[in-house]
Design a binder for this molecule. Sequence first.
Ligand code: AMP
Length: 112
Amino acid sequence: MDCLFCSILKGEIPSTKVYEDEAVYAFRDINPQAPTHVLVIPKTHIPSADAVSAENSAAVAAVFEAIPKIAKLEGLEQGYRVITNIGEHGCQSVKHLHFHVLGGKQLSETMD
Ligand code: AMP
């Protein structure tokens, strides 16, 4: 399977690690949209949030347990935003479930 984020997990493509545990990897987005822009991914390949099920949702729980730790590491005490894009209309470009953690400035009120 040809998956960019699986290649990052294998170390075949370099990334700037922010956080890692047994189930989760987080690294800096290559094209940051805010002072902090971290991508948080499960180590298991799940194509998108639309593919989450009872069988794989523990990986998603692990991501959301990691996010507050990452926010603390990044000094996001004033708040932040977590986004996941799904499919064509959602502008998902990498087909490995990932959550954008954005912060470090006042974010806009719009989400479209
Ligand atoms: P999405 O458009 O929601 O699928 O998000 C994919 C994100 O991956 C984009 O924000 C890209 O900037 C980011 N991205 C693509 N390639 C890399 C890479 N090699 N390292 C870090 N981030 C990347």
